[in-house]
Design a protein around this ligand. Structure first.
Ligand SMILES: [Zn+2]
Length: 333
């Protein structure tokens, strides 16, 4: 069977899946492989952050996951996982798509703020070479990890004919778009305030969305409170936390409004561990104050629970589209 595709996500940990089209939709054809094998489920909203010690999952994985690995080791690990998965299931896929956080262009990681060793790495070529040396040649494509999340949501929710966007709210803030188009799309670093005191973004830029909404940025802003406590205190009407909860929602509304003014209205999914703090009504109210032109109205927010399969399927869908440009991925649902 050659209509299988491989989907890979390398962010914190490496997950690899065998994906097959079923009536125009895409589904996992085998259980997901994971490295490190004992790693916790990523993107699960309930398991996203360890409350006990206040460490984010990415910080916990720094010594055991991809954060501590040289790029050559990441590429080789991905190649071996792909080869083993295919061998164990007798599959001969037609290609592999890899999702990786950062600015991705032509198979190269141009920058990845949270994975310093990745900058400049030609990861697609490295994995291709590693597969060839395993005598398992396969075309490989590299995508931004939030874009594969968007493609996975489009596929698993039957929206492959529509424009959908996703904000991933975690350690940082990711922005994904489906269908994927060429560009930078670092939506998490969109400027949403001119206040010069807004300096909490991990990239160092002032006034960025991630500097307000990112998990690390929230911990830097409230040195005495964890993000969970900030939002719990806001429920109890603590003035400082209420003020921040409004800022947090206005920042996301502003970034979404900017996207709508550039790219049109549509569906915006909210994913990742910190999407649990979102109050849809508050967010929608702020967005309506910011987007008033009638052709641009009608956008909808939806919080979605995530699992490994969604982004893996998205990586495979994007690889399939890259392999067959011009093909419109239809879904029978
Ligand atoms: Zn930034």
């Amino acid at each position: 069977m050659t209509d299988h595709m491989i989907g890979v996500v390398a962010a914190g940990e490496i997950t690899v899946g065998l994906v097959s089209p079923v009536k125009g939709c895409y589904e996992l054809a085998a259980p997901v492989r994971r490295y490190p094998s004992s790693g916790p489920e990523r993107d699960d909203p309930d398991a996203g952050f360890s409350a006990a010690d206040g460490l984010t999952q990415e910080e916990e994985l720094e010594s055991s996951g991809v954060h501590g690995m040289p790029m050559e080791a990441i590429a080789e690990t991905i190649a071996v996982m792909i080869r083993d998965l295919c061998r164990d299931h007798g599959a001969t896929p037609s290609g592999a798509g890899i999702g990786f956080p950062g600015i991705i262009g032509n198979g190269v990681i141009e920058d990845s703020p949270n994975l310093k060793q990745a900058k400049g790495a030609r990861l697609a070529a490295m994995v291709t070479d590693a597969l060839e040396s395993l005598r398992f040649p396969l075309p490989v494509w590299l995508f931004n990890s939030a874009d594969v999340t968007a493609a996975g949501l489009a596929s698993t929710r039957g929206h492959l004919e529509r424009l959908i966007r996703v904000w991933t709210l975690g350690h940082g803030v990711g922005f994904g778009r489906y269908p994927r188009i060429e560009g930078i799309w670092e939506g998490g670093h969109m400027v949403v305030t001119l206040d010069p005191k807004e300096t909490y973004c991990g990239c160092g830029g002032r006034g960025h969305l991630e500097g307000i909404m990112g998990h690390r940025a929230m911990r830097l802003r409230f040195l005495d409170l964890e993000p969970d406590e900030i939002f719990a205190n806001a429920q109890l009407k603590d003035p400082r936390c209420v003020e921040f909860e409004i800022l947090w929602h206005r920042a996301l509304a502003a970034a979404t409004a900017n996207s709508i003014h550039m790219d049109g209205p549509g569906k915006f999914y909210l994913a990742g561990p910190n999407s649990r703090f979102v109050k849809i009504n508050l967010l929608s109210q702020f967005l309506h104050e910011m987007v008033t032109m009638s052709p641009l109205q009608g956008s909808v927010f939806e919080v979605v629970p995530m699992n490994d399969a969604i982004s893996i399927i998205g990586a495979a869908v994007n690889a399939g589209l890259a392999a067959n440009p011009g093909q419109v991925a239809g879904c029978g649902r």
